[in-house]
Design a protein around this ligand. Structure first.
Ligand SMILES: [Zn+2]
Length: 417
C-alpha cells in the first residue's frame, strides 16, 4: 500500500530542507521523498494533503524507564506490583508514541518489564514506540540499591559482571546498562563517586559486543565517565560532573552523551514537599547549575549529545519527552535544528540504528511527525499541547484523523486523540 504525504515543508533530520515536499510510504518504509515534480506518485496511492504543515522524523528518546510512572516518591513506586507496573507501562508507551517519540531506549527496568512491553508492541498487542530494552541495570553491591526493587543486578568482579551481562541477554535485552558512578535518585549514591571498575565494565561491554549489542553507562562523576569510556561503552548517561578530560575523551572516542536534563527540570519544578525524598531533591538541586554548564562544554567541544529524558522519574511523565528539546533551545545550548538532529539522526547513530531510522530517506522506516507549526522556529510545538497533527510509525497512523478507512488502527478507538 502506498501513502503520500503531499505538500508539507520537510526537514529530513540530516541536512535536507524541502519546500513543497512529497513523501511516499510503501507499507512500513519510505519509498521516495523529494520536491514536487521530482517524486513519482504511484497509482492508487492514498494521498494526504499536508499543505501548510511541517514534517520531521519521529523522535528517538535514548533514556527512559518505562515501568516508572513519574511518582514523587520512587521508593513507594517501586513497591507497586510488577503486573500492575506492566499494564501501566503499556499505557505510558501509547502516550509516548502519540507524542511523536517513535523509538525509545529503555535503560533499566524492574524484573524485565521493559522486555515484556517491547514484545507486546512488536506483537501488535499494544500501540507503542519501537523499544530497545536493557533489562536490569548491572551495578556493584552498595547501599541504597534496595530502594529500587528489582531494578538492579548486583555484580562484583569480572566473572560476575560477565555472568550478569549474559543473564540480561538471555532474558531478551537489546543492550546492556551499567552503573559507572553513584546515582542522584539512590539514597546511598554519591554521584561523583565511581562504582564499577574498568575491568568489570569491560567484561559487560565485551559480552554485548559478541552479538553486536552496545553498552550504556550511567555516569555523573568525571572519574566514572573516564572509566566507562576506557572500558568501551557507546553512551554515557547524564555526564553531569564531566571535567575537561572526560569531555575530551568522549569527543575523541566518539562516545555519545545522553543529556537527561528533563529529570532535574521536573523534579525541581515540583519543588520540595511534593513527595520527592529530601535526599533526592537536595542532590538534584546541588548539580542543577553545573550539569547545564557541562552539557554546554560538551556540545562546544564536539561531543555527540543525544536526546535522553529519564522519563518515568519524579514528575517526568512519559509523553512529555519534548521537554528535553525545549530545554536545549531555551538554555541556548542548541538551535532548534540542532535539537531535532540530536533527537533523530544522532540518536539513531547512538543506538546503531541509523541504517533504519533517524532520517527521512528512501528505505528507512516510515516514522514521522506532521506539525501545524514549524518546529525549526518554535520547538515548543513538539510538546503534546503543541501542534502535532499526525504521527506515523512504520507507515501506520498512530495519532490524528484522516479520511482513510484501512489503516491498521484507523477504526480502533485507540487511534484518535
Ligand atoms: Zn535513568
Amino acid at each position: 500500500m502506498y501513502t503520500v504525504l503531499d505538500g508539507a515543508t520537510l526537514f529530513d533530520g540530516g541536512k535536507k530542507h524541502i519546500q513543497d515536499a512529497v513523501m511516499v510510504f510503501k507499507d512500513s518504509l519510505i519509498h521516495a521523498v523529494g520536491e514536487r515534480g521530482k517524486v513519482k506518485i504511484p497509482k492508487n496511492a492514498k494521498t494526504i494533503d499536508c499543505t501548510g504543515k511541517y514534517i520531521i522524523p519521529g523522535l528517538i528518546d535514548t533514556h527512559i524507564h518505562l515501568d516508572m510512572h513519574g511518582m514523587g516518591d520512587t521508593y513507594h513506586e517501586s513497591l507497586v506490583e510488577d503486573k500492575l507496573r506492566t499494564i501501566r507501562a503499556a499505557k505510558e508507551m501509547t502516550n509516548t508514541v502519540r507524542a511523536g517519540v517513535t523509538t525509545v531506549r529503555n535503560v533499566g527496568s524492574a524484573n524485565f518489564i521493559d522486555i515484556a512491553v517491547k514484545k507486546a508492541v512488536e506483537d501488535g498487542l499494544i500501540i507503542g514506540p519501537r523499544i530497545l530494552a536493557s533489562g536490569k541495570i548491572i551495578c556493584m553491591m552498595t547501599a541504597g540499591n534496595e530502594y529500587f526493587k528489582g531494578l538492579y543486578r548486583e555484580a562484583d568482579g569480572v566473572e560476575e559482571n560477565r555472568k550478569a551481562a549474559r543473564e540480561q541477554i538471555k532474558e531478551g535485552a537489546d543492550l546492556l546498562k551499567v552503573m559507572a558512578t553513584g546515582a542522584i535518585m539512590n539514597p546511598g549514591g554519591v554521584p561523583g563517586a565511581p562504582q564499577l571498575d574498568i575491568d568489570e565494565i569491560r567484561a559487560v561491554v565485551n559480552e554485548g559486543r559478541k552479538i553486536g549489542f552496545h553498552t550504556a553507562a550511567h555516569a555523573h562523576g568525571a572519574e566514572g565517565i573516564k572509566n566507562a569510556v576506557k572500558a568501551g561503552v557507546r553512551t554515557i548517561e547524564h555526564g553531569t560532573l564531566a571535567d575537561e578530560e572526560a569531555i575530551r575523551m568522549m569527543a575523541d572516542k566518539g562516545v555519545f552523551l545522553s543529556s537527561t536534563l528533563s529529570s532535574n527540570f521536573w523534579m525541581l519544578k515540583a519543588k520540595r514537599n511534593n513527595n520527592i525524598p529530601q535526599f533526592m531533591f537536595e542532590k538534584a538541586k546541588e548539580v542543577e547549575k553545573i550539569r547545564k554548564q557541562n552539557l554546554g562544554h560538551a556540545i562546544e567541544n564536539g561531543v555527540k549529545v543525544v536526546m535522553g529524558t529519564d522519563a518515568g522519574t519524579p514528575y517526568n511523565y512519559h509523553g512529555k519527552n519534548a521537554t528535553e528539546l525545549i530545554q536545549y533551545v531555551k538554555l541556548g545550548l542548541m538551535s532548534e535544528e540542532q535539537a531535532i538532529v540530536a533527537s533523530t539522526k544522532t540518536a539513531a547513530e547512538a543506538l546503531q540504528m541509523d541504517d533504519r531510522i533517524g532520517t527521512l530517506e528512501k528505505r528507512k522506516s516510515a516514522d514521522c511527525i506532521v506539525l501545524g507549526e514549524n518546529p525549526l522556529e518554535n520547538i515548543s510545538c513538539l510538546d503534546p499541547e503543541g501542534s502535532i497533527v499526525f504521527v506515523f510509525k512504520e507507515g501506520t497512523l498512530i495519532k490524528g484523523k484522516v479520511d482513510v478507512a484501512h489503516w491498521a488502527f484507523a477504526s480502533s478507538d485507540l487511534e484518535t486523540s
